[in-house]
Ligand binder design. Structure first.
Ligand SMILES: [Zn+2]
Length: 109
């Protein structure tokens, strides 16, 4: 199973993830996959355009991003949260190398 993620713009903290799972509401109403707090767990179907799926439960797929997030939040949330935190940490490591370059880029006037 390949669960690597090419995007590295994930910027939620473990605390935000905790809050997401603890709250009754999901994220803000309209958002893209890239902005989803569950993004590391959500994949896009290749053979079905616009379909999303849960990377832990590949059988769970839906046209609507919210439905996958709902699944992640309410169906076995402990398992999904643990995996999300795990994957998030991998992404943070990748981000570190990128931000190092960014900090050197300062403009002096
Ligand atoms: Zn799942």
């Amino acid at each position: 199973m390949n669960i690597t993620n090419s995007c590295s713009s994930y910027r939620y903290t473990p605390q935000q993830i905790e809050e997401f799972f603890a709250s009754d509401n999901g994220q803000m109403k309209e958002h893209f996959l890239e902005e989803s707090i569950c993004r590391p767990l959500i994949g896009k179907q290749i053979h079905k355009p616009y379909f999303h799926y849960c990377k832990i439960c590949p059988k769970v797929e839906n046209l609507h991003l919210e439905s996958i997030e709902h699944h992640i939040k309410f169906k076995d949330p402990k398992r999904h949260k643990a995996k999300l935190l795990e994957m998030m940490q991998e992404e943070v490591h990748m981000d570190k190398d990128e931000s190092k370059n960014g900090q050197d880029f300062t403009i002096r006037t």
